[in-house]
Design a protein around this ligand. Sequence first.
Ligand code: 13P
Length: 244
Amino acid sequence: MKIIAGNWKMNTGIEEAGKLAQAIAEKPVKDGVRAVVCPPFTHLQTVGAQLKDTDYALGAQNMSPYDDGAYTGEISAKMLKELGVAYVILGHSERREIMGETDALVREKMEKALKEDLVPIVCVGENLEQREAGKEKDVVGKQVAAVLENAAADLSSVVIAYEPIWAIGTGKTASAEQAEEMCAFIYEQVEKFVPGKTLPVLYGGSVKPENVEELLAQPHIDGALVGGASLKADSYHKLVEGRA
Ligand code: 13P
């Protein structure tokens, strides 16, 4: 089973989002693919209404680790569930780098998502400097360990997304070999911390219809987390179909 998750990031107006979701929902998803659409919080209800009872699942881009209370500006897992959200992207590099999210916070959020039966898509990935210094596996290994090591929760539904920061929004995709090498490494780490469990590992970073087929053909790449190319129904459908 392949997972194709579209991360709209902070894009689209609400009307545009509704139209995009409507156009997306028109096309059925083939067996063996799980297609997820992650609009901004403010568009979840509109997009969710279009995707209801279709082959597409609704996802959010972030979530609070808290249940409720005095957390101005935060959105809880329960609030997301009320809107029909099934997946939540956590620890995206943009949140780690721009909003200062730490490994510990990402882990807290993941545990909360699991408790509330949301599927967490936990993002990991190195920046350019770390890759050029040959430290990419140290960085990613540490990020994976930070969420999986000694976890009390049942991790069976966790999805990991490897998104090298240097490949995000740059048009510079990791080669299929580079992506496969890191995703295979993540498989090994998962086996170390959660023996006997296989968690899906997605690749993200300038995935587009032209390169999706080669990426998805790799043995340890179970899907894609896509930004820019998920913002047009036509290219998103091609990603879901797995070819240009
Ligand atoms: P792009 O596909 O635009 O490079 O974004 C990748 C990403 O960050 C998805 O979460």
